[in-house]
Design a protein around this ligand. Sequence first.
Ligand code: ADP
Ligand code: ADP
Length: 226
Amino acid sequence: PFIIRISSLSKHYTMGDQLVKALDKIDLDFRENDYAAIMGPSGSGKSTLMNILGCLDTPTAGRYELNGQNVAEMDDDELARVRNREIGFVFQTFNLLPRLDCLRNVELPLIYAGVSPEERLERSRKALEEVGLGDRIDHKPGELSGGQTQRVAIARALVNHPSIILADEPTGNLDTATSRDIMDIFGRLSDAGNTIILITHEEEIARFTRRIIRLRDGRIESDSAP
Ligand code: ADP
Ligand code: ADP
């Protein structure tokens, strides 16, 4: 079954009298346990596609179906729910709150989701254990290495059991060995049935996935196994 179906999807921007086709009538489907890398030169449309997949931005034309639901027909409450529950975001710059310890950072999406304090604690602990940080729950982001920080961010992305994990250059700030650790975690999550879509410009990182989608000038140039 397809968790994401995109058909003839476009995103246009007007810059003065110029029309920029950031995405130009793309068709793209993702299956439930897809593990995919989106690659392509700067300006090819990667971020635009990620933002639309994450329901953070809307297309100019075309259709985006998420879990069988037409995203264009969702109201603001439904979109907020989808962003909080169905999608886990991971960023290159981690985006953790520096004053909160790991447990509190991971707990945040659960607060928005209205989960009780006891359950929040339990699920946040478990998510941190899943990424190998069970012994760091009371550390603040500044007391952790880059790789550990990204693992906290992954735990936060996982804690609501989203169906899809979207990661924008998740290893962009990490050294090679640490990047590999992060890709190992994504690999395990993928084996456990999560849908994982990440942007990367590194071929060595993309090789860890099972599908590489290359964009160029807002179109899909290729879509194949590594
Ligand atoms: P990538 O992530 O692959 O670098 P982007 O999706 O950021 O590519 O950008 C695709 C194209 O859309 C580029 O030509 C970019 O300049 C343009 N673009 C992106 N966002 C905007 C915006 N908010 N306003 C105008 N043009 C934009
Ligand atoms: P609300 O409108 O209920 O405050 P948001 O839509 O702002 O909810 O956020 C829902 C989820 O989406 C949050 O977990 C947040 O981290 C994530 N999110 C919101 N905006 C962005 C963004 N621009 N980039 C990445 N993630 C975002």
